[in-house]
Design a protein around this ligand. Structure first.
Ligand code: PLP
Length: 484
């Protein structure tokens, strides 16, 4: 197994030196206690160093973010929220959560932040429940003259449950680029409420605000949800708020994918959801470049419900991950993060143009953000075959449906690519052209068969692997950590 070599460049800043030592110490320790795990961790580093990471939802977090997670904070229970806990001895977790919350509020100019959700899916679930309690449960309890749900009779409880599951949520369909948690039939969100969806326009493959308004005004959903996993255009949140107001809905925005572009001031004015949405959910690990986790930002009125993430949907928070979130927010507050965010979008636009130049169609004709969905059906491949062929050639992407895709979400007609990770490494627009060139070469030289079967020309595979390595050699991942 390759080992990390103790390497400290003479010119490396002290902070960099200490993170190298910390990673070395951690792996050294694991090699003795759990060698299989140490080996897999090092192998993952080698893998990430030797493949082009074009997965739109991934990034490379800083060594500081990683180190904040690897310690004894993981041992602490802290159910509740800062200064209001169900466990003793939470003073230091209070300090960490409070600091993270304050930094998140400053970064996003939000009225209230809640940094406990373990993931984006958790954040969405807590947001749904907070809205249901604020808008449905609380008024009902008041009407019945009850102080809390524990005062309800069995019959009243059943009436409340019946009312809750009949509320409507209107979100973007999975087919158009929405997320599973936005009411997909196999997700809890579609059991908790009645889920209805809006689609992108079949011609422009972009949102049609007029149609969304008609649908919202007719359906009058409790929640109008905006946000996406695979949509390459900006959303006008001022318009979405107008629609929500006309329909009497709460506007919820899931900015899991583009939070870094909001933090980096690329999405401003009507494209920044914070001033317009009643509640905003996010992940912290995609464009925001923090640890794997979730985040909720909301208006003051919703804060008391959101802060009850435990017991609503969670148990204890993850103090070590909250510490890492605080480190990431601090990093995103630096001016260099704004430059980074701008470059993410410049790179995505350049990548889109490079594909178009080579005859590959980006869905909706291009991008305003960090991702592109490419229709690769002209190569005679489905998305699954394309994803596998590219991966064989050291290029990591994820297959994705294109709007109104006949092949469904398992095989698909498209692949999704994104630039957040490669931009972190320092790649620029010139490299995007080279990447498009490599990818098109692979796709042209792969032959699709039944279902997931395909054959990639061996010479193309070898040539592309070499090209990828040559490119990545110029932009090393964690150069301070040297393998021997
Ligand atoms: N919301 C959106 C828009 C997402 O794209 C994702 C993940 O891809 C999530 C929520 C869920 O995040 P997590 O995987 O952290 O649960």
């Amino acid at each position: 197994m390759p080992r990390l070599k103790h390497y400290l460049s003479k010119t490396a800043p002290d902070q960099q030196k200490s993170s190298v030592i910390a990673h070395l110490a951690a792996l050294d320790h694991l090699e003795n206690t759990s060698p299989e795990i140490a080996s897999a961790i090092v192998a993952e580093l080698e893998d990430q160093r030797s493949h082009l990471k074009l997965i739109a939802s991934e990034n490379y977090s800083s060594l500081g973010v990683q180190l904040a997670m690897g310690n004894w904070l993981t041992d602490k229970y802290a159910e509740g929220y800062p200064f209001h806990r169900f466990y003793a001895g939470c003073e230091h977790v209070d300090a960490i959560e409070e600091r993270g919350k304050t930094l998140a509020e400053r970064l996003f100019q939000a009225e209230h932040a809640y940094i406990q959700p373990h993931s984006g899916a958790d954040a969405n679930l807590i947001a749904f429940l907070a809205i249901l309690i604020d808008k449905i449960q609380s008024p009902l309890l008041e009407k019945w003259g009850k102080k809390g749900v524990d005062e309800l009779t069995k019959d009243e409880h059943e009436q409340l449950r019946d009312l809750l599951v009949h509320q409507k949520i209107l979100g973007m369909s999975l087919n158009s680029g929405g997320h599973l948690t936005h009411g997909f039939r196999m997700n809890l969100s579609s059991k908790l409420m009645q889920a209805i969806h809006y689609e992108v326009d079949p011609g422009t493959e972009q949102l049609d605000y007029k149609k969304i308004e008609e649908q919202a005004v007719t359906e009058k959903p409790l929640i109008l949800l905006a946000g996406y996993s695979a949509y390459s255009r900006k959303i006008d949140f001022a318009k979405m708020r107008e629609i929500a107001d006309k329909a009497g809905s709460v506007l919820m925005v899931d900015m899991a994918h583009f939070a870094g572009l909001v933090a980096g001031r690329v999405f401003e004015g009507p494209y920044n959801p914070i001033p317009y949405a009643h509640i905003v959910t996010s992940t912290t690990h995609k464009t925001l470049r923090g640890p794997r986790g979730g985040l909720i930002l909301c208006k003051k009125e919703l804060a008391p419900f959101v802060d009850k993430g435990c017991p609503l949907a969670m148990g204890g928070p993850l103090p070590h991950v909250m510490a890492a979130k605080a480190v990431a927010f601090e990093e995103a507050l630096q001016p260099s993060f704004q430059t980074y965010s701008k470059k993410i979008v410049e790179n995505a636009k350049a990548l889109g143009e490079s594909f178009q130049k080579r005859g590959v169609r980006p869905v909706s004709g291009g991008t305003d953000n960090h991702l592109l969905v490419l229709d690769i059906s002209s190569f005679g491949l489905n998305g699954r075959q394309a994803e596998s062929a590219l991966r064989e050639a050291s290029i990591t992407t994820s297959r994705n449906t294109v709007p109104y895709d006949k092949k469904g979400p398992w095989y698909t007609s498209g692949i999704r690519v994104g630039t957040p990770a490669l931009t972190t490494l320092g790649l620029g627009t010139a490299e995007m052209d080279e990447i498009a060139d490599m990818m098109v070469d692979v796709l042209k030289n792969a032959r699709g068969g039944e279902k997931s079967q395909y054959v990639l020309d061996p010479a193309t595979k070898e040539k592309t692997r070499e090209r990828v390595l040559n490119l990545l050699r110029r932009f090393p991942l964690y150069p301070e950590l040297v393998l021997e």
